[in-house]
Design a protein around this ligand. Structure first.
Ligand SMILES: Cc1cc2nc3c(=O)[nH]c(=O)nc-3n(C[C@H](O)[C@H](O)[C@H](O)COP(=O)(O)OP(=O)(O)OC[C@H]3O[C@@H](n4cnc5c(N)ncnc54)[C@H](O)[C@@H]3O)c2cc1C
Length: 591
């Protein structure tokens, strides 16, 4: 019903192209025919929404009977009194309901009963977005900009204070530009990021992003996540057809295998429902709602322990810093002109306790001695200030069951180790793919047809998503210290390969940064590193022991990357054009 009421803004379109089915739905839905919330001037043809003034009977003005066919004046008087009597009765009966409805009314939508937000009428909700984090707010703005009526329900609309999503890769920045959101990294003291510096056993090397072909403005950006998210929320909410509401979604409303909307609780504890033809769940890495839309296969290989270093200079300004430490990597990057984020990876499920001081002890005795001297004192001061935060590093391949009426997006849908800072880039790239798919469709009401059509989303997103995901997983395993001789060689080979410069550093960093989303290129570079490692072992003279280590290095490299590729889906990753859904055309009835 909701979608049937989402009129095309084109008067001509409705006048000539309204299908029989659509007319029937409209006729059965009196609310759809009386867009009361518009001022009268806005209901005149071409002025807004469908641009058609409608009468209570559901007819267009041109469909009224002509004046000379009206009954004589005496009969008119009787009809007038009868009408007034019936209207008064109806008024008494409906008044309490109408009052309740008025109370629940918001922005562009209308409630159809107490506690319900419905996608009815020309301004009814077309898309519900659950969660206004990175993915949700970017999606709401993107769809809102296209004229869709979007309701965003976010648990907490105050500025987030988190240790996640602070470095946006240049590929992600390009997506921000594509979505029209690039101004959200302005005026938040965001820092330009031009590449990475790697540190291992006292040596270091700089790996720059290959940005020569792009405008000067294009680079990575690092910032306070909360400031960035808040800017995107503000930008989305600035659109008249996007409504941001604070509330916690408790469940999806499902009927006959279709998602029709959500149940949610407002901050006042009021329990409400919202209906729309499409619900996009972007409730992040701790998603409670994804279970009904996918089979989550989650791994938590490690945690990040986050600290903020104040007023310290990084050895390479405007670069992310990766220390190949023991047992696992440590990251540094600027998040403002005066602050540097440090993320210490701690492998395994269990973290040293922050409360009893084990964590501070671990950071001071195990981590601090491995840091570049320039960062040591600021790191110790950050520990002493006691503002240590932790987050689990989850990885979860995308494995949705396409469900009519709903989609997953962002971390609720797909996660990878945050070592390479790829999460926001994948989320923004996914939104760009979805946006392109939805653009030709005005009517989202036939959920089943829409769901079949959107199956191509899962294939079209693969080149970017699988490249970033696979690299993150593989690089994390290679960068972790290992007692195994072969894996030690692989780690050293990786550092030395990236130090070679030219295509050997540009290639991998272009993959990591989302500038070159080619899975095949990733596999080539990964095995090139392994072969480089084996070659070094065999030169100048191979010994049986070195041959054996080389063979184990190759098998270890395969054991790292092949399971990740398998989880991503070999066919979708390397032969996307062979997936039937790849060529799916938009459903006729929706255009
Ligand atoms: C330690 C760490 C560091 C990271 N660093 C980077 C990095 O440097 N660069 C990068 O690109 N990626 C990074 N990531 C990944 C990145 O943070 C995520 O990919 C990104 O935030 C995903 O955005 P999202 O919108 O899906 O989730 P979020 O940004 O987490 O947003 C989810 C939103 O949903 C809301 N919500 C949750 N449940 C409900 C509910 N029931 N009802 C209503 N609202 C709800 C939440 O309040 C939140 O606002 C990192 C991840 C981790 C764990």
């Amino acid at each position: 019903m909701t979608g049937a009421c989402s009129f095309s803004p084109s008067f001509k379109f409705l006048k000539t192209n309204v299908s029989v089915k659509r007319c029937r739905i409209l006729a059965e839905d009196p609310v759809a025919w009386v867009p009361l919330r518009y001022p009268v001037s806005a209901i005149t043809p071409g002025a807004s929404g469908d641009g058609i003034r409608r009468t209570k009977g559901g007819r267009r003005p041109g469909c009224h009977r002509s004046f000379d066919s009206f009954p004589p004046p005496k009969m008119l008087l009787v009809q007038y009194f009868m009408g007034a009597f019936v209207a008064a009765l109806l008024g008494f009966a409906l008044l309490p309901g109408l009052r309740g409805r008025k109370k629940k009314k918001w922005g562009g939508g209308e409630g159809n009963s107490a506690g319900t937000r419905n996608g009815g009428g020309g301004g009814g909700t077309e898309v519900i977005v659950v969660g206004a984090g990175v993915a949700g707010s970017a999606l709401a703005y993107t769809l809102g900009k296209d004229g869709r009526n979007v309701l965003v329900i976010e648990r907490d609309l105050s500025e987030p204070d988190r240790i996640v999503g602070e470095l946006l890769q240049p590929g992600g920045y390009l997506k921000l530009i594509e979505l029209g959101l690039e101004d959200c990294v302005r005026d938040i003291d965001a820092q330009r990021v031009l590449g990475y510096a790697l540190f291992k056993d006292g040596r270091d090397t700089k790996v720059s992003y290959p940005l020569e072909k792009f405008d000067d403005d294009v680079s990575g950006r690092s910032f306070h996540n909360g400031r960035f998210v808040q800017r995107m929320r503000e930008k989305a909410a600035s659109l008249p057809n996007v409504k941001l509401e604070q509330g916690t979604v408790t469940s999806l409303i499902e009927e006959n295998g279709m998602v029709k909307g959500v149940n949610y609780k407002t901050k006042n504890g009021e329990e409400l429902k919202a209906h729309a033809p499409l619900t996009v769940v972007c409730d992040g890495c701790f998603s409670n709602l994804r279970r009904s839309l996918c089979t989550p296969k989650m791994e938590v290989p490690s945690h990040f322990v986050g600290l903020v270093l104040e007023n310290c200079e990084l050895p390479y300004p405007n670069h992310g810093h990766v220390i190949l430490a023991d047992p696992s990597p440590i990251l540094f990057y600027p998040i403002s002109s005066t602050e540097v984020r440090c993320l210490v990876d701690v492998p395994g499920q269990k973290l040293p306790s922050v409360a009893n001081g084990e964590m501070a002890n671990y950071l001071k005795t195990i981590v601090a001695p491995q840091l570049p001297a320039q960062l040591h004192d600021a790191f110790i001061s950050a520990i002493d200030r006691g503002t240590v935060r932790t987050m689990p590093n989850k990885s979860m391949p995308a494995s949705p069951y396409p469900t009519p009426g709903a989609l997953l997006m962002g971390d609720a849908f797909n996660m990878r180790h945050p070592l390479t800072g790829g999460g926001m880039t994948v989320a923004l790239a996914d939104i760009a793919v979805l946006h392109n798919l939805l653009t030709p469709l005005r009517d989202l009401s036939d959920s089943s047809a829409l769901c079949r059509y959107l199956e191509s989303f899962y294939t079209l997103r693969k080149p970017t998503a699988s490249t970033i995901n696979t690299l993150a997983g593989a690089l994390y395993k290679v960068f972790c210290a290992s007692p195994d001789e072969a894996m030690k060689e692989m780690r050293q080979a990786c550092f030395d390969y990236l130090s070679l410069g030219g295509v050997f550093s540009c290639g991998p960093v272009a993959l990591l940064s989302g500038l070159n989303p080619r899975p095949l290129s990733l596999v080539c570079h990964f095995f090139a590193v392994a072969i480089y490692g084996v070659g070094r072992l065999l030169l100048p003279f191979p010994s049986p022991k070195r041959l054996w280590v080389g063979a184990r290095l190759l098998s270890g490299a395969s054991n790292i990357i092949l399971p990740i590729i398998k989880a991503e889906g070999v066919r979708q990753m390397f032969f996307p054009a062979s997936v039937p859904a790849y060529y799916r055309a938009p459903p006729e009835s929706h255009r």
